[in-house]
Design a binder for this molecule. Structure first.
Ligand code: HEM
Length: 456
C-alpha cells in the first residue's frame, strides 16, 4: 500500500490502485524473471488493471502461469505451493508492511496491530488473541441469535430490503458486542460512513491525496473524527465488560496502561475490518442461495432435520470460494528469494489473489459454478482455499466470523423467507473488500407463505 493514502487497514485486500505498477524498484540485471503482460509503453498494465482488476488478474494467471510479473516490481502468485511460501514464510523473506513505511496519517491508525510489523506486531497480536479464543467466541453465540432475530423482527412483510445494508447493520451490531461488550449506538453511523468512504476510495483507480477536499475525503475525515471522539469517550468511561475477555477489556487492562490513542487505533481497525467482510460474505451467500432455489430448499430441509452443519458449512465455504470478501492481499520481499523457477528480488510486491486461486480449475472442476457438494469430496490443497489468509498474519477473527456467518444464516433461514429482486443486476465491486452491489430482496411470509421465484 502506498503511504499517504487513506487506507487504514492493510489487512483487508488492497483496492485496485494499490497494486498498480510504480517505477521499478528492482536492481538492474535481475535474472530469471517470471513472464507477464507488457502493457503500454508509458502506462504499463495500469489501465487494464484499473478498468477491471478481477478479470485482469484471472487473465494474467491463464496466460502466464503460476508466477506472473504483472508490473516491473509486482508479482502475482497463483499456485498453492507458492502461496504457502509467501504467506507462511518460513524463511522470513516477506513482510506485510513495507519497511520504512510508517503510517503517519491519523486515518491510517498507525498504532493498530494490523498496521504493525515484527516484534511490535507480535506483542500486539498476542495481547489481543484471548479476545478471539474459542471460549470467548462460543460465549458470543447467543448475541448472534439475539441480534439476528431482532433484525428480522424489524422487517415488514412485503418490504424490499437492501440486503448488503441490512447485513452490514447486523454484523456491525454483533461485531461491536463481541469487541466492546455492547453495540456502538450512535457511533454505528460514523463507522459505516467511514467504511463507505474507504470502500469508495479503494474501488476507484485514481485517488486524490487525503488533503484534497473531495467529497469522499471530507466524508472520511468527518466520520473518522466522530468515531475517534466516540471511541475516546468509550475508553474514558469504560468499566463495563471487564469481566469478559473482550478486546476493549484486554486493551484497558494492559499494565503499563496503553495510551488512549493506541486503544482507539486498535478498536477502530478491529471494528472496521470485521463487520464489512462478514456482511459481504453473508450477502453473497444469500444471493447465491436465491439464485439456486433447489439448493436453498435442501438447506432449509437439512436445518429442519438438525443435520445442519455439513450442508450449511459447505454452502458457506462455496460462497467464500466464489466471492471471497478478501479477494487479494500482498507481501513485500525484504530479501531475495525464489518462487518456483523464478527469482524474487528484494523490494518486489507479491500479490496473492483469493479470487484467482479460488477459481482455478486444477483444484475446482467447473470452477465458476456454485456447487457446495464439492466440499463433501476430496478437499483442495490447503492453500487453494484461503478466505482468511494463512500463516502468522492470517485473520485473527476467523473463528468469530465463521461462527457468526453460520449463526446468522441459520437464524435467517429459520425465521424468514427472502426473494431476490432484480438479481440480474448484481455485480461485485472489488474495493478494499469484494462488495456485492445491487442485492435486494423482498421479505416474504415466514410461516407457510409460498416462496416466489428465487426465494431464499
Ligand atoms: C468473513 C469475514 C472475514 C474475512 C473473509 C477476513 C479475511 C481476512 C484475511 C484474508 C486476513 C489476512 C490478510 C493478509 O494476509 O494480508 C485478515 C486479517 C485480519 N482480520 Fe479478518 N476477515 C474476516 C473477519 C474478521 C473479523 C470478524 C475480525 C475482527 C473482529 C477480523 C480482524 C482481522 C485482523 C485484525 C486481521 C489482521 C491480522 C494481522 O495482521 O495479524 N477479521 N482477515
Amino acid at each position: 500500500m502506498r503511504e499517504g493514502r487513506l487506507t487504514p487497514a492493510p489487512t483487508l485486500p488492497p483496492g485496485p490502485s494499490t497494486l498498480l505498477p510504480g517505477p521499478s524498484t528492482l536492481p538492474p540485471g535481475a535474472s530469471t524473471l517470471p513472464p507477464g503482460p507488457r502493457g503500454g509503453r508509458f502506462s504499463g498494465t495500469r489501465p487494464e488493471y484499473a478498468a477491471d482488476p478481477l478479470s485482469f488478474l484471472v487473465r494474467c494467471a491463464a496466460e502466464y502461469g503460476d508466477v506472473v510479473r504483472i508490473a516491473p516490481s509486482n508479482y502475482l502468485v497463483v499456485h498453492p505451493r507458492d502461496i504457502a511460501t509467501v504467506l507462511v514464510d518460513r524463511q522470513g523473506a516477506f513482510v506485510k508492511i513495507r519497511p520504512g513505511v510508517r503510517r503517519r496519517s491519523h486515518a491510517g491508525f498507525p498504532r493498530a496491530m494490523m498496521n504493525s510489523e515484527g516484534d511490535d506486531w507480535r506483542v500486539k497480536r498476542q495481547r489481543l488473541s484471548p479476545a478471539f479464543a474459542r471460549e470467548q467466541v462460543l460465549r458470543h453465540a447467543g448475541a448472534v441469535e439475539e441480534e439476528t432475530s431482532r433484525a428480522v423482527a424489524s422487517w415488514q412483510q412485503g418490504q424490499v430490503i437492501d440486503v448488503h445494508q441490512a447485513m452490514s447493520d447486523l454484523t456491525l451490531r454483533i461485531g461491536t458486542r463481541a469487541l466492546l461488550g455492547a453495540p456502538l449506538g450512535d457511533g454505528a453511523a460514523a463507522v459505516k460512513a467511514a467504511v463507505d468512504a474507504i470502500m469508495r476510495l479503494t474501488a476507484t483507480p485514481f485517488r486524490f491525496p487525503a488533503w484534497v477536499p473531495t467529497p469522499t475525503n471530507r466524508q472520511l475525515a468527518r466520520s473518522l473524527g466522530r468515531l475517534d471522539g466516540l471511541l475516546g469517550s468509550l475508553v474514558e468511561n469504560a468499566d463495563a465488560g471487564r469481566q469478559e475477555r473482550n478486546a476493549l477489556a484486554l486493551l484497558l487492562d494492559e499494565d503499563p496502561a496503553l495510551s488512549a490513542a493506541a486503544v482507539r487505533d486498535e478498536l477502530a481497525t478491529l471494528i472496521m475490518s470485521g463487520y464489512e467482510t462478514t456482511a459481504d460474505a453473508l450477502t453473497w451467500t444469500l444471493y447465491l442461495l436465491g439464485t439456486h432455489p433447489q439448493l436453498e430448499a435442501r438447506l432449509r430441509q437439512s436445518l429442519a432435520d438438525e443435520d445442519e452443519p455439513s450442508l450449511l458449512d459447505a454452502v458457506l465455504k462455496e460462497s467464500m470460494r466464489l466471492y471471497p470478501p478478501a479477494w487479494v492481499t500482498s507481501r513485500v520481499a525484504v530479501k531475495e528469494s525464489r518462487l518456483g523457477d523464478f527469482d524474487v528480488p528484494a523490494g518486489t510486491t507479491v500479490a496473492v489473489s483469493q479470487w484467482v486461486t479460488h477459481r482455478d480449475g486444477r483444484w475446482y472442476p467447473d470452477p465458476e459454478r456454485f456447487l457446495p457438494e464439492r466440499w463433501f469430496g476430496e478437499p483442495p490443497p490447503r492453500h487453494a482455499f484461503i478466505p482468511y489468509g494463512s500463516g502468522p498474519r492470517a485473520c485473527i477473527g476467523a473463528a468469530l466470523a465463521t461462527q457468526e456467518l453460520a449463526g446468522i444464516l441459520r437464524c435467517l433461514l429459520r425465521k424468514t423467507r427472502l426473494s431476490l429482486v432484480g438479481a440480474d443486476a448484481v455485480r461485485p465491486r472489488p474495493a478494499l473488500a469484494l462488495q456485492p452491489l445491487g442485492v435486494r430482496a423482498r421479505v416474504d411470509d415466514t410461516r407457510g407463505g409460498r416462496p416466489g421465484p428465487q426465494a431464499l
